[in-house]
Ligand binder design. Sequence first.
Ligand code: FAD
Length: 459
Amino acid sequence: STQETPQICVVGSGPAGFYTAQHLLKHHTQAHVDIYEKQIVPFGLVRFGVAPDHPEVKNVINTFTQTARSDRCSFWGNVVVGRDVSVPELQEAYHAVVLSYGAEDHQTLGIPGEELPGVVSARAFVGWYNGLPENQELAPDLSCDTAVILGQGNVALDVARILLTPPEHLEKTDITQSALGVLRQSQVKTVWIVGRRGPLQVAFTIKELREMIHLPGTRPILDPSDFLGLQDRIKDVPRPRKRLTELLLRTATEKPGVEETARQALASRTWGLRFLRSPLQVLPTPDGRRVAGIRLAVTRLEGVGESTRAVPTEDAEDLPCGLVLSSVGYKSRPIDPSVPFDPKLGVIPNVEGRVVNVPGLYCSGWVKRGPTGVITTTMTDSFLTSQMLLQDLKAGLLPSGPRPGYTAIQALLSSRGVRPVSFSDWERLDAEEVSRGQGTGKPREKLVDPREMLRLLGH
Ligand code: FAD
């Protein structure tokens, strides 16, 4: 028989995994979807990436929860695909496999001194304040006066904002209590956000910039000379970029009003954007034990528009700081030797979500497109992948005959001593987190210790 009940599995429970599952379930009335996740808890970067002071972004969790509660969908957490079960094993058990496992590494800077204490990837820093178990030991040292963030995207601004927000403004968020404790002790007064290119090439968006400009207790430092001649060039750029650049320009060059001037005079912390600087070397303290600063090459731009490149010149500049946060991008890892991977682009080679040369294997989200784009971008691309899969199913391109699905995988996992957690397990942990947050007025206090989570579940 052909597949009356197609068994489909999705690897990863971030936005890509959940949106792919949602679309499959909606457009096929019989399909069953199993979602495998390496963490004990679901939702990927919605839980472990999105900043704690952006709770509205996390509302997508409600939609994902509806999907997970469907009786044609199962969530299996605590299963590392590529270690606990291989992709070929999944391909045997299912009619189709969708890889949506995101981008879990960070781009390295590739400069001397990168390994010094005081150099931290933004990925780890974000994981730390958001309760990602593997980053709980990070203990960032915030006893310095100045921090430098390398990179000018939204993640860089998230990190700057969390560093500079008065801690009492974070108390009612789901930031971990231990991160909040460290931020309360922070001595960081100045944050430089450094980019290789110019004001016309920043990667952050206007909402996040506006938030920085109005951040309580802080004041922006923008050098008007960075913006010379920009006014004339703005005319030719696309509208979102134009509005963003106008806001930068106004902030840099216009004298603020009376109220804003008064606000800024009271500010105890500052942040600024440094353009046309690319990192050459992290400078150590005299004893070689810690970061003392960063050496930046002055760059100049080549080419036009979005493809403008920064080329280092002979000039360099040293910027003293005690903390360097590198926010130059996330990166996907290969998951399994059997799955094609493009190490240069950091993606699984695919055509509209169909993995090249592997029938029945698909991908969606950051591992498909690379680590850029917001949740809605990820949604659109995941729906597209699901569409391709359903087309192939209809065209008879997927294996015919029944497939065992989870029954087969469960047997394998059990023989390997792996105990998956279900979505109702997550709902128990969720309730526990919410109740732990209640005393302090937080939406939740995240559980950060996997052993404790499993103990609470009686595993
Ligand atoms: P992910 O969300 O990373 O999900 C991948 C999942 O796969 C994870 O749960 C991971 O644990 C799991 N996984 C990995 N390896 C395995 C394995 N071997 N086996 C099983 N499971 C595995 N977008 C917005 O719209 N608004 C924001 O405010 C916003 N803030 C962001 C802040 C940060 C710091 C970052 C990094 C991104 C932010 N984004 C934001 C972008 C958004 O998070 C992404 O577009 C989206 O999460 C990408 O979805 P994904 O499912 O591809 O990846």
